[in-house]
Design a protein around this ligand. Structure first.
Ligand SMILES: Cc1cc2nc3c(=O)[nH]c(=O)nc-3n(C[C@H](O)[C@H](O)[C@H](O)COP(=O)(O)O)c2cc1C
Ligand code: SF4
Length: 463
């Protein structure tokens, strides 16, 4: 009998990924043949306020991490300030475990360009920027080619398709720093400044690029826009849940048989995605813990998985975690949670921009203590010190990077304190756990043991 996942079963969906099986979908010819740029043509004379209202009514929530309603965010922008308005697409994608935007841009770059031009019309804007993760060379090549094709065909530039709507897109390669995905650090970097977060308010909607009203939106968010405009608000709201509508691309990695990006409606049980799209966990491995939305979201356990918790903002929050980027990282009983957490902590330590003390100093000490525990040199009080430090960092730092660094530590202590205690007491992991058993995945931030920095040594180095 087919598992109905506690009555929460959903059907797979192909909207944002609908062209992924079309070989030449990344070219203009392939995109046009499959209906591309039809929606842009239909909105060239549309009333911008009406377009904004449709996006608001659809209930679309940002796909970059926080899930803020896109139409509401756009509504904060003043359109009569006398300044130009901008759209900045956040394609920095640096969160460990997250690789959805990359594949979306590689396979269907025109979908992003069309989404930007339609959003540009809605935002009364004449220029959009794509802030692309510096390491994403292949998506960058695909995007550059698509931009050139779109200009050539008159879908971008002055007087699009003979209308009075002008729209230009600038592709900006970032330098490869995770913090530059934070929207205000991104704006600084885009302006050629140091990539550190700005004090808010003012929010980017009021003072963003060049102090002008700016919408900063994730790649996947903007790719939803053509579908909402073309198929309508009620079609969009018929997918997913009431408060988390629409399709969603989930990037699943870790100890599953077939990792990758899979599109399902919002509100699909996590277990259904893993069992049906990824063919379940690797043989002989039982689910132990997982991050539902990337490495900065609190860990959940096998119990949550088997309870058929659904992937939507409300249900994941009720379970004590966050949807984040919907980067589901699945780990088995063979993997040490302390090891996984240390790898992520080292990533945050490396990526902290250093602007504020709790993050700069605190995350450094978290990784030192975690490494000490994992190496068998932990002390009983270290476990409480970890909690004290995360308390000192959480919501006391300038941006959400530091809170994200604390999430895996606090949640692993909540659910797997016994593993920490075993390490402290016996100086080694329980027998069934293999350190570093988890596979290294794209963007995993996984640092192999021989790349670990040495533990803090109070003795000055002898040269
Ligand atoms: C450290 C950090 C890194 C982030 N990286 C990204 C990113 O790579 N892509 C992204 O869309 N949002 C990222 N965000 C969230 C953005 O600040 C912002 O909320 C998002 O781009 C808004 O788009 P949305 O409303 O469409 O989700 C990051 C946030 C933080 C704190
Ligand atoms: S929390 Fe960390 S990353 Fe964010 S501003 Fe402070 S030091 Fe920089």
């Amino acid at each position: 009998m087919t598992d109905d996942y506690g009555g929460k079963r959903q059907e797979p969906i192909r909207v944002l990924t609908s062209r992924w099986d079309v070989e030449d979908a990344h070219t203009l010819a392939g995109y046009e043949r499959t209906g591309g740029y039809r929606t842009l043509r239909s909105v060239l004379d549309a009333d911008p306020a009406h377009l904004r209202q449709q996006v608001k009514d659809s209930g679309l929530r940002g796909r970059g991490g926080a899930g803020f309603p896109t139409g509401v965010k756009w509504g904060f922008m003043p359109f009569d300030s006398g300044k130009p308005t901008y759209l900045v697409v956040n394609a920095d994608e640096g969160e460990p475990g997250t690789f959805k935007d990359r594949e979306l841009m590689e396979r269907d770059p025109h979908q992003l360009l069309e989404g930007m031009a339609i959003s540009g019309r809605a935002l009364q804007s004449e220029r959009g920027f794509i802030f692309l993760r510096g390491e994403y060379l292949w998506p960058g090549i695909r995007l550059s080619e698509a931009i050139a094709e779109a200009y050539e065909a008159g879908y971008l530039g002055a007087g699009i398709m003979g209308s009075d709507f002008d729209y230009d897109i600038t592709l900006h390669y970032a330098a490869g720093a995770y913090i530059c995905g934070e929207e205000t650090a991104l704006l600084n970097a885009l302006e050629g400044r140091r990539g550190q977060p700005r004090l808010r308010p003012p929010f980017p909607a009021v003072a963003g690029v060049y102090a002008a009203p700016t919408a900063v939106n994730n790649v996947e968010t903007i790719m939803n826009v053509p579908w909402i405009i073309e198929r309508g608000v009620s079609w969009y709201k018929s997918i997913g849940t009431e408060k988390s509508p629409g399709p969603k691309v989930y990037c699943v990695s870790g100890e599953v048989q077939r990792p990758g990006n899979y599109e399902w409606p919002m509100g699909t049980p996590a277990k259904q995605i893993v069992e049906e799209s990824c063919l379940g966990m690797l043989p002989d491995r039982e689910m132990k813990f997982w991050a539902p939305g990337g490495s900065s979201t609190p860990l959940l356990t096998a119990e949550h998985y088997h309870d058929n918790i659904t992937m939507d903002f409300e249900s994941i929050q009720a379970a004590g975690s966050l949807m984040g980027t919907t980067a589901m990282m699945m780990y088995s009983n063979k993997t040490s949670v302390v090891d996984a957490v240390l790898n992520w902590t080292r990533f945050y330590e490396h990526e902290s921009c250093g602007k504020c003390t709790p993050c700069r100093e605190g995350v450094f000490w978290l990784s030192q203590i975690l490494a000490r525990i994992l190496d068998g040199d932990g002390r009983q009080e270290d476990i409480d010190i970890l909690t004290d430090i995360t308390k000192g960092i959480f919501q006391r730092s300038f941006c959400a990077l530091a809170d994200g660094a604390c999430s895996p530590i606090d949640s692993s202590l909540k659910y797997f304190r016994d593993e920490y205690e075993h390490l402290v007491e016996h100086g080694r992991l329980p027998d069934h756990v293999e350190p570093h058993a988890g596979p290294v995945t794209e963007n995993s931030g996984h640092i192999r043991p021989n790349h670990r920095a040495p533990l803090y040594d109070p003795e000055p180095a002898k040269v």
